[in-house]
Design a protein around this ligand. Sequence first.
Ligand SMILES: Cc1ncc(COP(=O)(O)O)c(C=O)c1O
Length: 384
Amino acid sequence: MIKKFLMTPGPTQVPPQVLSAMARPIIHHRTGEYSELFARVNENLKYVYQTENDVLSFASSGTGAMESAVINLCSPGDRVLVAACGKFGERWRDLAAAYGLDAEYHEYEYGQPVDPDDIARSLEADPHIKVVFVTHSETSTGVVNDMQAIGAAVEDHDAVLVTDSISGMGSAEIRTDAWQVDVVVAGSQKALMIPPGLAFVSVSDKAWALAEKARLPRFYFDWLKARKGLQQAQPTTAFTPAVSLMVGLDAALGLIREEGLENLFRRHIVMGRACRAAIKGMGLELFSPDDDSSSSVTAVRLPEGIEDGRLRSLTRDRFGVQFAGGQGPVKGKIIRIGHCGYYNYTDIIVAIAALELALKELGHPVELGSGIKAAELIFGEETV
Ligand SMILES: Cc1ncc(COP(=O)(O)O)c(C=O)c1O
């Protein structure tokens, strides 16, 4: 019998309270009962987002909400800026290309963050840039970009700042309003602790002003339609919502409210610290930054002679622990341990034990218990 532990940065483990809420009989979405739930979910999303802006929900994966930002903010041929430091930053570039936008593209090496000064310089030099697209938590490398500094770089310009916080929302703090981030995209299957299938987007007044003028074609992902639904006395959605996922989200957001944002972010920081200490303790090298910004994902360089596929199959098939591999230029060179969402002491210990055992079996000279001990030392000092 194998007991499965999902340690990937999406999808992530789902709390039993959420699973049992989603198993309840389906309710109809054009009812007071659903509107009440939807209103509560919207308020609680604003709490996690730390915003007074509208937060729109779509039944789609995270990329759907990213695409919604492009089509609701841009007109054909618009000048935009994309700053990418990994696989998901490249998705903004690909979306801009798919819609024929004129993109200035800043590319940073995998493992490096976006430099906010580069964004400031580009906006100074080119006042025609309408939208800046950047990733908050770059899941492919574990780098978390400094959205406060990027927000400050954009704030005095007409450009609207859009960020993908699909793996950051609820694990790497983003203060949407305080940091002047106009549009923040999130997804359900990471720190929001529900299965894949929902995506969210917050929209500031500055972004609404642009959306009202933007001319790229849109239908399902039309923000104006979504806002109209939110503004009803009994809030609703333009199209049939993913009812069971929304019921799960209601339960998950209830858990987040109960824990409180301060504790939530602190728990993630401690899990990141323990994971990094364990990796170094077993003699491996980190790929993600060795600081508290890496609270969602720990990326680890594969030691010489260890093959990614064999290592991850072994941890999964023998010990039930699923890690993620590298993407793009770091495919086969790193593995990624996800700890965004429903993760605590035991998950880290189990993940590290599986990694030690699998490495040992593959012939890597690892001392069993060395990583676990390092994680335990962190947990001994840092209660969450
Ligand atoms: C930062 C980031 N952006 C975008 C995506 C794509 O989201 P989805 O696969 O839900 O469309 C992911 C998923 O891993 C992600 O982590």
